[in-house]
Design a protein around this ligand. Sequence first.
Ligand code: GDP
Ligand code: MG
Length: 293
Amino acid sequence: MGHKSGFVNIIGCPNVGKSTLMNAMVGEKISIITSKAQTTRHRIMGIVSGNDFQIVYSDTPGVLNPNYKLHESMMKFVSSAISDADIILFVTDIYEDTKLDSATLEKIKQATVPVILVINKVDLSTQEKLEEKTSYWKSEIPKAEIIPMSALRGFNVKYLFDRIITLLPESPAYYDKEQFTDKPEKFFVSEIIREKILKFYSKEIPYSVEVVVDAFKDEPTILKIRSEIMVARESQKGIIIGHQGKALKKVGTEARHDLEEFFQKKVFLELHVKVNKDWRDSDMQLKKFGYNL
Ligand code: GDP
Ligand code: MG
């Protein structure tokens, strides 16, 4: 058989485990994962290549109803993920009650490409509950192939991989076989820092933050990175920095640790906090941060 290659687009509601699943399939910590919803803001590609295949995964923001401009832009990533897929990987979990919005569900039903429906987090489920979910989704999207999964424990990840290879169209590779993502190194720096902010701060803080990497100098023995943490209000700046700078220091220490692991190199990380009012609602600001409007 010839070479197989194609785009596998991962969609589903927030927090069902899309990023965890993509990372399990790609084997690199490409997409940041936390227990807070809406961690993934951009479409992120992960590429897995072998001698006779290349799978291009894309992880999308959770499907939700847009209620401010940032969400609108995120939803465009979701729409395009349905329309340009060779295989749709629709992820749900054993808890999910929030109904997928009907427009997205309709698009999935009408898709002409294969749909694989993953029921994730079965490690937390009983047989009965899984059967209930399976029959629900069978009637909702009859043409979907349903696969129970634990992305966290690795259960059925290999089986899913085999199914994807089987369903992929014959095609030459789209990307260099050495490449594992389409994002530049700076992107991972800001995602790693953002992950720490999601981890250490509560309430609206993580959603009011954007991280911009403004210097990335790869020197022979050290990687020097300077990054700005943009917040929407003065009060948020104080919270990010914390008493005697302790909170920000914690973010910096953990981020540096992960960056050193990611780049396999010593990292010097400088963090600054800056107030940038209303970045979430300004078209110009959003464009600058890479959200296509
Ligand atoms: P996303 O919003 O769909 O990308 O979801 P994430 O991948 O960020 O995962 C959300 C949360 O669910 C994280 O806390 C994960 O550790 C957790 N999670 C993901 N997959 C599994 C799984 O198979 N089992 C369990 N128990 N938790 C999982
Ligand atoms: Mg995600």
